[in-house]
Design a protein around this ligand. Structure first.
Ligand code: C2O
Ligand code: CU
Ligand code: CU
Length: 499
């Protein structure tokens, strides 16, 4: 019934059309009964034209997250169109086979529009991947995970406030492909599950409830070289994950639940308790179900897991432009602000940009500054009632209770940030964690996939991640930002000017 309420409501996505004029008939597939945008299937090398008709009563623009496209069609907020206008996208699909995302990117309104339904999956195919014979058709299932907050009448709530701007807006229900408590009926054979975290802020630690390892085929930018077996996999907003799920040896009628397992350290310790402030929270890092697979059909044959999936050549660092010196991307958490390179997003300020020479391959270092005792994330003046459990956070003299206005709070309150870079995929070179953060880190780090091609990476408090990223083919402005979309809208975004 709840699913029908979701579907039956006139959501904004129903006013939104992304229509491909070129391409095969099956290019656009609706997800039945879902508020999500249709799945757009593209072929590597294909030329596409997409018309975005804005039937909202506000500005919007669509970004093709994960696709390597010219800056003019990358969905930069300066290209946002007003109500009633049309934006025509034309580009050639340069990516190898992968899952990408389309979602809005208007200035300071990305989170709200994504939350209200404007997002969908793109699946890029190519001949190399097709030759592997991985499960397709009904055996290749998108798993788009989003958390949403519903009131007592099952109406969607998006009510950001200073608290949710700082920590992210979190829902009380988990939706998969637009459905709460999704049940997938599966046969006794192998499936390919294409995960996408389309939540604005929530981080998941995905695992099968019976301890079966997760068999990972690929990440953001497509297949890994070989499948990897993991006890669990972290999935942060904006990330994708390609999973081989083999139900061959399961008994008819049995069920397997995909859960998010407990973890810590991605929010300030107080944050866990704070998530209850709507009265019916689903705390980040707690244990809850994502969906259930139910074995309803017996079949006799199933594809086999390939031993080798793809060849990925390591990027070499460009000697002439970037000798041993990493381009810094620093995360800092200021007073009511989340910053990259110490500054907020400088919309339309043409002077204030990170510059990168065209056709170079850059070593970059994303680091998360630790609070050094000067009142990181001071929260004076934050007048939000609703008893917030203070947990283990050091707060001179303050015990459990509501946080009234005007309270100054020192101490470290660092949190994790999913950092996303537009343009070409990058490779992760190394990760290191500050020793003071090791115990929290141990609750998540077995779930990082550091091989393969990425466009979004979780950076934990006290962590430094080194990546190599090419800036080829296209000049212009390419954004990089936190994919906690509340943070993005708060200005945790910068741009590379590729020139
Ligand atoms: Cu998925 Cu700039 O975003
Ligand atoms: Cu993107
Ligand atoms: Cu962030």
């Amino acid at each position: 019934a709840e699913a029908q309420i979701l579907v039956g409501r006139k959501t904004r996505v129903q006013q939104y059309t992304a229509k491909l004029l070129h391409g095969p008939e099956h290019t656009v597939t609706e997800i039945p009964g879902s508020y999500l945008g249709p799945i757009i299937r593209l072929q590597k090398g294909q030329k596409v034209r997409i018309n975005l008709h804005n039937r909202l009563d506000e500005d919007t623009i669509t970004h093709w997250h994960g696709l390597h496209v010219p800056a003019e069609v990358d969905g930069h907020p300066m290209y946002a169109i007003g109500s009633g206008q049309t934006f025509v996208y034309e580009f050639e699909v340069a990516n190898r086979a992968c899952m990408a995302i389309y979602h809005p990117h208007p200035h300071e309104a990305t989170a709200k529009q994504v939350y209200q339904g404007l997002a969908g999956a793109i699946i890029v195919n190519d001949e190399i991947e097709a030759a592997l014979g991985l499960p397709t058709g009904e055996f290749e299932i998108p798993i788009v995970i989003q958390d949403r907050l519903f009131d007592g009448q099952n109406q969607l709530i998006y009510a950001p406030n200073m608290h949710s701007n700082m920590f992210g807006f979190y829902g009380n229900r988990i939706l998969v492909n637009g459905h709460p408590e999704l049940q997938l009926d599966v046969a006794t054979r192998a499936y390919r599950l294409r995960f996408l975290n389309g939540s604005t802020a929530r981080i998941y630690k995905l695992a099968w409830d019976d301890g079966t390892p997760m068999t990972v085929l690929g990440v953001d930018g497509g297949l890994l070289e070989q499948p990897e077996h993991k006890p669990y996999v972290m999935l942060v907003p904006g990330e994708r994950l390609d999973v081989w799920a083999d139900f061959s040896n399961r008994t008819l009628g049995s069920e397997l639940v995909m859960r998010s397992l407990p973890f810590s350290g991605v929010l300030p310790h107080m944050g866990m308790g704070m998530m209850g402030h709507h009265g019916f929270g689903l705390p980040v890092g707690s244990d809850y179900a994502i969906f259930t697979a139910r074995i309803t059909k017996k079949v006799s044959d199933s594809p086999k897991l390939p031993i080798q999936l793809a060849k990925i050549s390591r990027y070499g660092i460009d000697e002439t432009h970037n000798p041993n010196k990493a381009v810094p991307i620093t995360i800092s958490e200021g007073h009511m602000a989340m910053l990259l390179n110490g500054r907020p997003y400088a919309y339309k300020d043409i002077q204030d940009r990170e510059r990168i020479p065209l056709n170079t391959i850059q070593l970059m270092e994303i680091s998360h500054e630790q609070g050094s005792g000067h009142g990181m994330m001071g929260m004076g003046g934050m007048g939000e009632g609703g008893g917030m459990g203070m947990g283990r956070m050091g707060m001179g003299g303050m015990q459990h209770g509501g946080m009234g206005g005007g309270m100054g709070m020192g101490g470290m309150m660092a949190m994790a940030h999913p950092i996303h870079l537009h343009g070409q995929s990058f490779q992760i070179v190394s990760r290191s964690i500050d020793s003071s953060r090791e115990s929290d880190y141990a609750t998540v780090n077995q779930g990082f996939i550091n091989s393969g091609l990425k466009d979004t990476v979780l950076v934990m408090p006290g962590e430094t991640v080194r990546i190599i990223k090419p800036f080829q083919d296209f000049k212009g402005l390419f954004m990089f930002h936190c994919h906690n979309l509340e943070h993005e809208d708060m200005g945790m975004m910068r741009e590379f000017l590729v020139e």
